[in-house]
Design a protein around this ligand. Structure first.
Ligand SMILES: CC(C)(COP(=O)(O)OP(=O)(O)OC[C@H]1O[C@@H](n2cnc3c(N)ncnc32)[C@H](O)[C@@H]1OP(=O)(O)O)[C@@H](O)C(=O)NCCC(=O)NCCS
Length: 190
């Protein structure tokens, strides 16, 4: 487990299937993500079985987000991990909407970044966010991400093209904001 202040990040399990299936088909959630088409239980089963036990540089990192009292509220991870460049892309979905805007996203991201920088020895983490995702933008800025640019009209949603805002954070920027000393607390046991 990777322990944060409000959440713990753990390996995904087959028993997470029903929740992952429900979230991946919730339009309020998926309009904020790259997911466009409805997902079948089979798609989700395949995704989950590909995710379990595969964490690392080759396949990326996919983890369940749990509250400290054990409620599974979402999924996060790192993809496009490059061992040569020491960089990766971050993804997050708090699928249980009743947990939005309560600090869980911020704690998840800071916890995952701490793991990325101090356990995986990454140098940079980037992400893309849609301009209509104000909550996501506010959360990333709080975590220390910096807006780096835009891929103009890179996504088509709700009848029009939208820019994708590119954001990133470097390890030394994370150190200044969240403290190198806290690296000690980034524990991973499974
Ligand atoms: C985006 C997401 C990870 C953020 O996590 P979260 O737990 O909801 O966010 P947090 O509470 O940590 O931080 C959100 C901040 O945005 C603020 N916020 C919420 N709605 C806002 C809005 N419409 N405009 C501006 N700020 C807003 C909150 O007040 C909070 O800031 P504060 O703590 O200073 O008050 C989560 O909402 C989520 O997974 N959403 C669905 C999928 C998604 O958008 N994934 C990311 C795709 S790039």
């Amino acid at each position: 487990m990777i322990e944060g202040k409000m959440v713990r990040l753990r390996a995904l399990e087959q028993s997470d299937l029903e929740r992952a299936y429900e979230w991946a088909n919730d339009r309020e959630v998926t309009r904020l993500l790259m997911i466009r088409y409805p997902m079948s239980r089979g798609d989700e089963e395949k995704w989950l079985s590909e995710s379990s036990g595969q964490n690392g540089f080759e396949h990326g990192v996919r983890l369940a987000i749990e509250t400290k009292d054990g409620a599974h509220i979402g999924v996060t991870g790192l993809h496009r991990v490059s061992p040569e460049d020491r960089c990766a892309e971050l993804g997050i979905m708090i699928g249980d909407k009743s947990f939005w805007s309560n600090g869980y996203g911020t704690d998840t991201i800071v916890t995952l970044l701490r793991f990325a920088f101090y356990q995986m020895n990454l140098h940079r983490v980037g992400l893309g966010v849609f301009p209509f995702n104000e909550r996501g933008m506010a959360c990333y800025l709080k975590c220390g991400f910096i807006e780096e640019g835009r891929n103009r009209e890179n996504i088509y949603k709700d009848g029009r093209y939208w820019d994708v805002i590119r954001m990133g954070i470097l390890r030394d920027e994370f150190d200044k904001l969240h403290g190198e000393a806290e690296a000690e607390t980034a524990t991973a046991t499974g």
